[in-house]
Design a protein around this ligand. Structure first.
Ligand code: PEP
Ligand code: MN
Length: 338
């Protein structure tokens, strides 16, 4: 059960609602987000809305039987749309492309990629400055200095930045230079990081854990939401299975399932899913047809020279083609009414 409280609810009204809900055997957690105040009730039984709904201070009362609550589709009829400003919106009828290198490497690379994005009217650039690498001897990113250089050029070009935050201590130094924080697959269940991102007033994209289930991804989003931040996106990026012929196994099923279970936008990452450059475009298009609200993929002017993930990164020619195909595929999907 989710009780949305009126913004001007008094503490007395709130106490009365909580006592009544507890008497009905609900365990109540108060959630104050940057936008609203909720009481989230977890209980075994169902609730008859008439038993509580009339109480003063209540804006709305929703029955949500899912174990995750605030990210559930059950109580929000309209999907969430995230507004990044400058008419850049994610979710609910929009199709968003985010592209850029695996890692931010140099000024020359930043300028070339921004130019490529601008030519294609892409408004969000991805790139890592803190890289979670399997081997400690691999390139681990250019850190905050790399992010600052990137920001300088991106701001000039009107391009928004999405970049991975690996730990709590990076949130604050990154804050002025990112538009979306990305939680990587290795950190999906870093609950301290999720809690802290709940306190930040910038959107967060949460990737599915390497061996994570769909429900675990939803619980991770529930952490951030219940800690205060409603501006979230979910990302399917492939999971580890017994299959070794590709980097990961894209769970295409997760796209329609997440969209059905949650009101949050769903983004797909074909690059990390398949990990093979020549197959990234067809997998990306499949994700568009499956209902993704956006695609995040890796591009570079010279993937062969990339310091990380070159094997799955598109060059600009391939990227140009994919962008056109994704837009055409999205239009086709819309023509089906999906
Ligand atoms: C990335 O986006 O470069 C990345 C490391 O992704 P993931 O967390 O999905 O592996
Ligand atoms: Mn990568």
């Amino acid at each position: 059960m989710i009780i949305q409280l009126k913004e001007d609810v008094t503490s007395k009204e709130k106490e009365q609602i909580i006592s009544k809900a507890e008497a009905l055997s609900f365990h109540i957690t108060e959630v104050k987000t940057q936008e609203h105040i909720y009481l989230v009730g977890v209980g075994k039984g169902d609730i008859d809305p008439r038993s509580l709904g009339h109480m003063k201070g209540i804006q709305d009362l929703h029955r949500v039987s899912d174990d995750y609550k605030l990210v559930s589709r059950k109580w929000r009829i309209n999907p969430t749309q995230i507004d990044l400003g400058n008419q850049i919106k994610i979710g609910e009828g929009e199709f968003t492309i985010m592209s850029g290198p695996c890692s931010i490497e140099s000024e020359e690379q930043i300028v070339a990629i921004i130019d490529h994005l601008k030519q294609n009217n892409i408004k969000i650039m991805r790139g890592g400055v803190f890289k979670p690498r399997s081997s400690p001897y691999s390139f681990r990113g250019n850190g905050i200095d790399g992010l600052k250089t990137w920001y300088k050029y991106a701001k000039e070009a009107g391009i928004k930045i999405i970049s991975e935050v690996m730990q709590v201590s990076q949130i604050e130094p990154m804050y002025d230079y990112v538009d979306i924080y990305q939680v990587g697959a290795r950190n999906t269940q870093n609950f301290n990081l999720l809690d802290e991102l709940g306190k930040v007033d910038k959107p967060v994209l949460i990737k599915r854990g390497i061996s994570g289930t769909v429900d675990e991804l939803l619980y991770s989003a529930e952490y951030v939401f219940s800690a205060g931040n409603e501006r979230l996106m979910l990302c399917e990026r492939g999971i580890r299975t017994y299959e070794r012929s590709s980097r990961n196994t894209l769970d295409i099923n997760a796209i329609p399932i997440l969209k059905e279970k949650s009101h949050l936008p769903v983004i797909a990452d074909p690059s990390h899913a398949i990990g093979i450059r020549r197959h990234v475009p067809s997998v990306a298009l499949a994700c568009v047809i499956a209902g993704a609200d956006g695609i995040i993929y890796e591009s570079h002017y010279s993937p062969e020279e990339a310091l990380s993930d070159g094997q799955q990164t598109l060059n600009f020619k391939e990227s140009n083609q994919l962008i056109n195909q994704m837009r055409a595929t999205f239009d086709l999907r819309k023509s089906f009414g999906n």
